[in-house]
Design a protein around this ligand. Sequence first.
Ligand SMILES: C[S@@+](CC[C@H](N)C(=O)[O-])C[C@H]1O[C@@H](n2cnc3c(N)ncnc32)[C@H](O)[C@@H]1O
Length: 210
Amino acid sequence: MQTAPIKPLKPYFQVLDDLDDFVDWKTFFGNDNPVELDIGCGRGLYIFNAAVANPQINYVGLEIDYREGRRTATRFMKREMPNARVIGGDCKVFLSKMIAKNSVSAAHVYFPDPWWKKRHHKRRLFTDDFCDLLADVVKPGGFVHSWTDVIEYFDIIEELMDSHDSFHTKQAAAEREAQHDMDYQTSFERKKRKLGLPIYRGLWERKPLV
Ligand SMILES: C[S@@+](CC[C@H](N)C(=O)[O-])C[C@H]1O[C@@H](n2cnc3c(N)ncnc32)[C@H](O)[C@@H]1O
């Protein structure tokens, strides 16, 4: 049986091994525009809409599931979007080793996997170490946005971020009524709101460097 060849999606989709050990944003995008990360971008509803609406901002989706990442990047390629890319791999490796400190204007972490079973909680993205990574890469005055429908996980995210020395807690945007069927921040927000579930929204600002 023949399998379909994998479409070359470079530069829209690249895995960590395709990249240099250190990613300089100016070289990566060919300009000096601000960079925002969508961590665990999934199907890319947020990053696609944001990149179309804000051509002066560069967006990078980080996605460990290559299939999802490639699907998102295919949309960028079809529109030849210069300001949207997906990097396939573990965001923690990318954030800790491959980009400069204070080099991104925002990190969006929407609907991180809740890992419901207690014995799997250690797989959750939000830990002290992950918040330290966010503090490292987000520049002073930059923002971390995180939303979820899982109150028990949101309580943990809030506790970690509110008590972190590098962040101020801010007021997140209130819920907006969807104007059409795809008018949601992310695919997961759409799915959960259609089920009538409440969404918890967090926003934090990176403090000045001391
Ligand atoms: C529940 S989905 C949410 C997707 C999207 N943000 C949304 O709101 O529709 C969580 C996503 O995070 C990705 N993910 C989980 N751990 C990751 C990691 N360490 N690095 C990059 N992506 C990760 C998963 O593959 C999945 O696509």
